[in-house]
Design a protein around this ligand. Structure first.
Ligand code: CP
Length: 304
């Protein structure tokens, strides 16, 4: 694999190698001296054409922990606003001798397009409603850490599946590793033919919770929404919002995940998000080690 454009392009061995490498880096970043000199000769550009808190900071920290040189670009304050194209923007940045590009972009397939036109390793940090591969990797890594393995676990992904790159990348990653996956949400927010990806649809949240070991609660992506798709927020909360009472009714203690940002009181109540069943901040913490692993493994190919 020359780039990380999507989980779709990985196999189970790739994921195992990333996790083994991330285990090492997780141990490194828990030491008093958190940095390794591995990528002293590598320069990485973080190009964000869409807003981000976790992914942008996590990539930057991962790069700095590996001792890479880092430059950051935010479209909102750049010459993109004067009409410069994506390829011109990236080629100008690459002419400053950049080896690797981490890119978030609102258009599905933007990373794939870029990988065909520029000479650098590309990591997709989220492309529209298509894929968010490092999120899915850190999610699976966190399940593996919490439950010992991903294989055989029952995971329900709840919410706005239609607009979610996190859902699609998670489905690919979880299925590759042998997890059982259901999606749960309003019919209007579940893509047609999603069963062809090896997942089942459940529209009753309480039934989905009874079935699962892990519930991954997604945000309703109002920014990608045609308003006619959507039940009202009140209806959404009634049918698909996760609250403490629902968790307490279950016979077992399930693991609750959320990729962030959270709409507190919509897809998840604060008492659930902040409870000991939620591993939301563990996911964020693991994101740094997982991204260090992805960057390190791709950079090793530059040197060959
Ligand atoms: N989970 C995630 O991608 O969050 P950000 O949009 O803040 O990067």
């Amino acid at each position: 694999v020359d780039h990380l454009l999507g989980i779709k392009y990985l196999n189970k061995d790739d994921i195992d190698l990333i996790f083994k490498t991330a285990d090492h880096f997780k141990e490194v970043i828990n030491r008093p001296i958190k940095k390794v000199p591995s990528l002293r000769d590598i320069t990485i550009a973080n190009l964000f054409f869409e807003n981000s808190t976790r992914t942008r900071l996590s990539f930057e920290l991962a790069e700095k922990r590996l001792s890479a040189d880092v430059i950051n670009f935010s479209a909102a304050s750049s010459s993109v606003k004067k009409g410069e194209t994506l390829i011109d923007t990236v080629n100008n940045i690459l002419s400053m001798k950049v080896d690797m590009v981490v890119m978030r972009h609102p258009n599905p397939g933007a990373g794939i397009f870029l990988s065909k036109h520029v000479n650098a390793k590309i990591i997709n940090a989220g492309d529209g409603a298509h894929e968010h591969p490092t999120q899915a990797l850190l999610d699976s890594y966190s399940i593996r850490e919490k439950l010992g393995a991903v294989k055989g676990k029952r995971v329900v992904i709840v919410g706005d599946i239609l607009h979610s790159r996190v859902a699609l990348s998670n489905i690919f990653a979880l299925r590759l590793q042998g997890a059982e996956v259901k999606v749960c949400g309003p019919k209007t927010l579940i893509p047609k033919h999603i069963e062809s990806l090896g997942v089942e649809v459940e529209t009753n949240l309480q039934k989905a919770l009874q079935w699962c070991d892990v519930a991954n609660m997604l945000r309703v992506q109002n920014e990608r929404m045609d308003i006619s798709y959507f039940p009202s927020t009140r209806e959404y909360i009634q049918q698909f919002g996760l609250n403490k009472k629902m968790l307490d009714r279950l016979e077992k203690k399930i693991v609750v995940m959320h990729p962030g940002p959270i709409n507190r009181g919509v897809e998840i109540t604060s008492d659930v998000a902040d409870s000991d069943q939620a591993i939301i901040l563990d996911q964020v913490q693991n994101g740094v080690a997982v991204r260090m692993a992805v960057i390190y493994l791709l950079a090793s190919k530059i040197k060959q």
